[in-house]
Design a binder for this molecule. Structure first.
Ligand code: HEM
Length: 443
């Protein structure tokens, strides 16, 4: 039987833990070792699937390669048991019940909310200003996520408070997970506890409002809590109130950090690629002719969409995800006993020159050609657990970026590209760009 190769550089007792302090170069070195490579975290082996064909096979067979393991047990203490964390046994039913939130018929409504809320922020910027990109993208995405996911019946003051709280909650939950309990009070833990408590209360209030409200708007414009409460499975089964709560928490945490991170990396790349910016601006001017973008415009903006795809290939927010085998199985001919932890990295796969020639070059035009091999481009995962918000997130990032390109030209403030800090998400350390009003370019 074939044996699985081990990545070089393991140390006694700690295994590859020291090398994981610089995970990006370690991950990129793995395909030269094999399609399935053993890393050791201390004594615990984790098998990283580097071959796109095997990644695809693993993602498609989610009954065998299930969610689970210690990381998800920890994440569940914060997110509850929503779609992101639940195991295969609950997943299919829950996914069917969440699906109406992302139905095609609701997308025009989301598109309007996305455009309106991002425009308010983007139009508040000033010519010549140096923009803290990450903070600005976080503000935009949490505003439009709150507005799209539940805003009816919320006063402007509550909306503002919720924005601040979702910001603290979403930006701090990963830190919360890894901070030992005795240190939480000093490491910003109290502020996080208070913000998280208010987010939970706001979610409960939104559910209560949805239960008692009539139906003031069309079904396609209903708040998400109302959609989740009203969803019925084929056998008539539905979510409990607690399950609706958990799904809403999952959506906020999944939505805010990932989309704002994608936009941040994208603006960094654009600021360093004036020619790409020029073509993006040319496309929005030609297609939109100065009007506000809508959901229906997303497919009319292929170049902007390619810019987002290219940015997500190079810098996917979720850089490492795990699966645990639910029973004895094989992958690519390698035997794997039940309980084996596997991982795949959208970062490693997106930077593999076999799938993407010249992988460190930001080349949106590569998306105009042939699609990459299956399993090679997986920033939203794949198979039955593909990100349920993927169409939503493409629409929001395209709509936000189109509006930025309509109004602003971006100039880098540093010669080098942003680098990532090591955390559970692949987040840039700091990005600042100087804004130039495009109107001024035409004067
Ligand atoms: C560009 C932005 C986004 C990225 C890169 C992203 C990425 C991902 C990834 C990698 C997964 C897990 C795949 C796996 O386990 O293998 C996932 C799952 C999920 N995402 Fe997203 N996501 C984004 C935006 C969103 C948004 C906007 C929402 C909701 C409004 C959302 C909701 C979810 C949910 C509920 C799941 C769990 C799906 C399931 O297991 O059935 N995501 N996402």
């Amino acid at each position: 039987m074939t044996t699985i190769a081990t990545a070089p550089g393991a140390l006694p007792l700690i295994g590859h833990a020291a090398r994981l302090l610089r995970p990006w170069s370690l991950l990129r070195s793995l395909p030269s070792v094999g399609g399935l490579v053993e890393l050791r975290l201390g004594r615990v082996p984790v098998y990283v699937v580097c071959d796109p064909k095997l990644v695809h096979e693993m993602l498609v067979h989610d009954d065998v390669f299930d969610r689970g393991g210690e990381v998800f047990d920890q994440v569940r203490t914060i997110m509850g048991d929503g779609l992101i964390t639940c195991a295969h046994a609950k997943h299919r039913r829950n996914r069917r019940l969440v699906q109406p939130v992302f139905s095609r018929s609701r997308m025009s409504h989301y598109g309007r909310v996305m455009a309106e809320h991002s425009a308010e922020v983007i139009s508040s910027w000033n010519d010549g200003q140096i923009l803290d990109v990450r903070a600005a993208m976080h503000t935009i995405i949490r505003r439009l996520s709150i507005a799209a996911l539940f805003s009816s019946g919320v006063s402007p003051e509550q909306f503002k408070q919720l924005q601040d709280d979702v910001g603290v909650f979403a930006a701090g939950w990963l830190r919360r997970l890894i901070t030992p309990a005795p240190l939480r009070r000093i490491a910003g833990g109290l502020a996080w506890d208070r913000a998280a408590g208010r987010v939970h209360t706001a979610i409960d209030d939104s559910i209560t409002r949805a239960r008692h409200a009539g139906c003031p708007v069309s079904e396609n414009e209903m708040d998400v809590p109302a959609v989740l409460l009203g969803a019925r499975d084929t056998d008539g089964g539905r979510f409990t109130i607690d399950q609706v709560h958990d799904e809403l928490v999952s959506m906020f945490l999944a939505a805010v950090e990932s989309s704002s991170t994608v936009l941040s990396w994208t603006l960094d790349q654009l600021s360093h690629h004036p020619e790409v910016q020029r073509r993006a601006a040319e496309e929005v001017d030609r297609v939109l002719k100065g009007r506000t973008p809508a959901w229906e415009d997303v497919e009319r903006l292929p170049y902007i969409t390619s810019v987002i795809h290219e940015s997500m290939r190079m810098n996917p927010p979720t850089w490492l995800l795990t699966r645990v085998t639910a029973r004895d199985t094989t992958l690519g001919g390698y035997p794997l006993p039940a309980g084996t932890t596997l991982a795949y990295s959208a970062y490693q796969l997106g930077r593999d020159p076999k799938s993407f020639p010249d992988p460190d070059r930001f080349t949106p035009d590569r998306w105009a050609g042939e699609a990459p091999p299956r399993g090679a481009f997986v920033p939203w995962g794949g198979g039955p657990r593909l990100c349920i918000g993927n169409t939503f997130s493409i629409a929001e990032t395209v709509i936000v970026l189109a509006q930025i390109m309509q109004a602003w030209r971006l100039q880098p403030t540093r010669r080098r590209f942003a680098t990532a800090r090591v955390s559970m998400l692949h987040i840039p350390k700091s990005i600042r760009v100087r804004l130039h009003a495009r109107q001024a370019d035409h004067d």
